[in-house]
Design a protein around this ligand. Structure first.
Ligand code: XIL
Length: 338
């Protein structure tokens, strides 16, 4: 009997049959390379009607991020009243499954409750920021040792100054330094990251972030690394963008590099074999760039396409039904050095 190639590929990727025995899972392959691999998760992790979600995360990931559950609005919707429901559940699930947690995110202009916008003086705002950072990091303690302290603070405007449309601009130009110092004081064991999008390539924005973090280092601010979100599309070229060189210059500052929100939307035309192959190429190249600077984590922004914040672009490595896409094979292949 002739087995269709597509079925054969599915069987091989499923680990049911292969010439050299079972394929490792992503987390097994990543462990041998000293990198965490994972994704952002939501409340579907606890949905009994969608058991494949948690099964996929448990099988393949060594790190999770709560997609929205640790944002300021989720944790402190009213001043100094903290609600940890989904965040605690996610952290407990991770501990039970031997999975690490990336904390996301302490200071971000988005997902901020209205009361923060009503603070009118820099001193009031800074007190609220310090309290938020201190309370949240103290609550999680050593259960969360990786934190995005400041997210998306650099604007896309020409010259890439600090973002003006942020409630935190009122806190003064040194609010980023201050946030990292407060975070370090709250838990000196935690690794502290600056995280942003649109800075994967060698470009004006990555230049601005480079200048920012170099300045922080020169002022003795406790920053451990930089997170590159990597919300991309399948036309992105790791090679032509100078991404590896870009990541290297941050690594050369002694900073840790992580890819923190990877997703790669398909080109127009959708899930054709050619488009899926192009997407797979980008995923494999991203993992290779990450490994090229000894990155410590490769985190995707979701689990399966249907649950993605950009579901229309089918940007993840598992399809709507949690089947492994070609991009899964490319990530695994890169981890295995293929
Ligand atoms: C997104 C979530 O995926 C959405 O569900 C939510 O509505 C908005 O935030 N950069 C970030 C993430 O740092 O926190 C964002 O997550 C995506 C862009």
């Amino acid at each position: 009997m002739k087995i269709p190639t597509s079925l054969l590929a599915a069987l091989v990727l499923g680990g049911l049959a292969s010439g050299s025995g079972q394929l490792p899972t992503l987390k097994q392959a990543a462990q041998t390379r000293g990198v965490l691999i994972g994704g952002a998760v939501g409340s579907t992790l606890f949905d009994d009607l969608d058991p494949d979600y948690a099964a996929t995360v448990g099988r393949e990931f060594s790190v999770v991020v709560s997609e929205n559950g640790m944002k300021w609005k989720a944790l402190e919707g009213s001043p100094n009243e903290f609600v940890y429901g989904l965040a605690d559940a996610t952290v407990a699930w991770a501990a039970q499954h031997g999975v690490q947690v990336r904390g996301h995110t302490l200071i971000w202009h988005d997902s901020v409750p209205a009361w923060v916008y009503q603070l009118k003086t820099p001193a009031e705002l800074r007190a609220a920021m310090q309290n938020h950072i201190t309370q949240v990091m103290t609550h999680f303690g050593n259960r969360v040792l990786i934190w995005d302290v400041v997210n998306e603070a650099i604007s896309d405007a020409p010259g890439h100054p600090l973002r003006a449309n942020s409630p935190f601009a009122l806190a003064g130009p040194d609010y980023i330094d201050a946030a990292f110092r407060w975070a370090h004081a709250a838990n000196p064991a935690a690794k502290l990251y600056y995280n942003d999008y649109g800075a994967e390539a060698l470009n004006g924005k990555s230049d601005a972030i480079y200048a920012l973090v170099r300045g922080m280092q020169s002022r003795g601010v406790p920053i451990s690394g930089v997170g590159f979100q990597a919300h991309l599309d399948a036309n992105f070229s790791v090679k032509d963008s100078g991404m590896l060189e870009n990541l290297k210059r941050f690594h050369d500052l002694g900073l840790d590099v992580q890819l923190t929100e990877v997703d790669v939307t398909l080109p127009a035309g959708g899930a054709t074999p050619a488009n899926l192959a192009r997407q797979a190429q980008v995923y494999g190249d991203l993992m290779n760039a990450c490994l090229g600077v000894k990155c410590s984590a490769f985190v995707m922004w979701g689990v399966n396409d249907a649950g993605s914040w950009r579901a229309g672009g089918k940007p993840l490595i598992f399809d709507d039904d949690y089947a492994r896409k070609p991009a899964y094979g490319a990530v695994l292949g890169a981890l295995q050095g293929h």
